[in-house]
Design a protein around this ligand. Sequence first.
Ligand code: ADP
Length: 645
Amino acid sequence: MTNQSTPVQENYEFKTEVHQLLDLVINSLYSHKDIFMRELISNASDAIDHIRYQSLTQPDMAENDTHWKIKIIPDEKANTLTISDNGIGMTHDEIIQNLGTIAKSGTREFLNTIKENKGDVNMIGRFGVGFYSSFMVADKVEVVTRTSKGKAHKWSADGPGGFHLEETEKTGRGTDIILHLKKESHDYLQEYEIRGVVKKYSDFIEFPIVMDVEREAPPQKPEDKAGETPEPEKKIVEETLNSRKALWAKAKNQIKPEEYIEFYRHIAHDFNDPLETIHYQAEGTIEFKALLYIPKQAPFDLFMRDADKGIHLYINRVFIMNDAKTLLPNYLRFVKGVVDASDLPLNVSREILQQDANLEKIRKNLVKKILGTLQTMRVQEYDKYLTFYKAFGQVLKEGLHFDPGNKDAIAELLLFESTKAEKENNRSLDAYLQDMPETQKSIYYILAEDRHAALASPHLEVFKSKNIEVLIMTETIDEWIVQSLVEYKQKPLKSVGKGELDLDESEKQKLEEENREKKVEYHDLVELMKTKLASEIKEVRFSQRLTDSPACLVLDEMGMSKHMQELFKAAGQEMPPQKNILEINAKHALIEKMNSLFRADKDSPELSDYIDLLYDQTLLTAGYKIKDPAGFSRRVTKLMVKEGH
Ligand code: ADP
């Protein structure tokens, strides 16, 4: 129980990762100290955004304190710098959650990034742990905070050991972050230093960032004090340090490149420059302004379910939410930025707003604009596009499945490795179509673990011999996309390892003729193989795709690849056992030899071994496990001994 006169102090240890993070911040990070200010101001601004939004529907939450502002208070005597806001504040439990006892996924990621020398402290905000950067300049930090109608609490910590929490008094709602500055950081008490840092990082923050400054009062009128030079009077005035211009609302030609960059860094929590900036105004059925950015690098949480996604939604410059998921489909989650719309209802809950029909119109417009920008980039700035594609190509591909309406536009943006592409990842489907002979009916692809495995696959033999290009798909998601992308510009996409090949007619006839004789000749052998392998395979047939190998496994048209089967299994789905087709190469010496063994004695144990070995071999090349490895080695050994004689 809390006692009014002697407040109870609660002591907490920091979560291990937070402890390590603080150790690092305190002892090893010396560069970019300025950024603590950016992080704290950014938190203050978020906190004000939240209460302002809440007060739209519950005006009493604001407690009549709606002069939103962030105040910076340097105190030279106490050696403290305070960043104070009248934002939403934190409750007792929120303080514990947010400041130290729960490690966010970003904490460990940030530690690793620094340890592996992949970045510096400038990136801290991106990992959602910006608050701790205050320990770069302070040896003790206090957080005094109060929510609307709640009790005030003070959090304090002077190192990685832990923090204290106690009830306290605080007049207004909001949060004061009090930094007890380290000796070498006393510069941050100077007006010019504070001004510089605020201007550099936080100029566009929408709320006034104010500071009390001492100014000389205007001189008295000369006639009042004739003959005397009046002592200039000093007085304290509260001055706003930031220009507060909503960048997206300004005309493009009024914005300097560095302003675009700094705003991006703020909104994306990224220390890099953006790869692309898209600033436009939509007019017509729906009016809005958008300032969007495509980052250069994927954030660490791109594939995490609870990642911060979506863009910031404003309605007439009032911040509404920062994770407006409805505004962009999930496959464009890498896009950062702001949308400011005027035709949306301000006074409704997020949930209702998310269902607004106008949001859907905005979404359509944004998607079109983003895909269009990417397309232009691909055509006009290919190297830049490659940087984009490397970072976000996988995510973009999800759109083929989830956004059927834009399937063609997304497919146009795809790049694949191919048997003909010298560099990796550089064939678009259009380039493939452009180079393919008129007689070719399909776009061929192979799904494989990597390029090496693809090139070694027997399925490629006929394509190599006929010089037909095959796209090499090596990403897990490719399995899914080929199910959605069954054709591109009227050409079907076909797996080289599935079903019958649709080579051109004359070719097909020639092969069939050649195989016809063999079919008769090898008929009984094939029947024997079918019977012997009946529990494993669906069919034995003559191949059109093999030139060098004696046999290979093929999926039938509806078959599911090995990888896909594994994915389903991993997801706990019961898979019916799937039988593949065994294709044999009628021209291969091994098949001929097996046929002579068959003629000599169809029950010969040697022939039986050959059939097993042939099948096991096809399993191995296709990346499957063989059922009886011991039996396999026994047979191989037997054969080797025999051949050695
Ligand atoms: P991030 O802001 O990226 O989530 P931080 O480590 O900077 O990460 O802050 C952690 C959390 O602490 C914030 O998400 C917020 O909930 C809370 N917080 C920090 N500063 C304030 C503040 N000035 N007012 C209210 N809550 C705050």
